[in-house]
Ligand binder design. Structure first.
Ligand code: DGP
Length: 113
């Protein structure tokens, strides 16, 4: 298995498991860009939103539910937060396993770089 996020799911690479259920996992980003910077991933490997198929939408919804849950658990609802999914090379995706960045705890600027 050469996908690092699949290795995290399998427990073969260390990560603090902040939340997990049957379909999703949330853990801190290794290189945080904000006071709160979590990643939410499906446990089943999907490359990115660009390669989802009809079988994947339920797990995409489950991931967004987990995004809402972990943001709420950290009290980010009031001030707000940002959710980002980078897709492909132009999108800045460096790990080819579908994931959402959850960033909060500071004012986000727009547009992103
Ligand atoms: P992206 O560039 O959108 O594909 O985001 C990938 C993120 O994954 C990046 O912010 C750094 C993070 N990352 C890479 N390797 C690891 C790892 O081994 N553990 C954790 N926790 N995060 C990682």
């Amino acid at each position: 298995m050469d996908c690092i996020f699949c290795q995290i799911v399998a427990g073969e690479l260390p990560a603090e498991r902040l939340y997990e259920d049957d379909d999703t996992l949330a853990f801190p980003d290794l290189r945080p860009r904000a006071p709160h910077h979590l990643l939410v991933i499906p446990k089943r490997h999907v490359d990115s939103l660009a390669s989802t198929n009809d079988d994947d939408w339920a797990v995409v919804a489950a991931c967004l539910h987990t995004v809402q849950r972990v943001a709420r658990d950290r009290g980010l609802d009031t001030a707000g937060y940002r959710v980002v999914s980078n897709i492909g090379s132009d999108g800045g995706q460096t790990v080819n396993h579908l994931h959402w960045h959850v960033l909060g705890g500071r004012l986000m600027t727009w547009p992103p770089g």
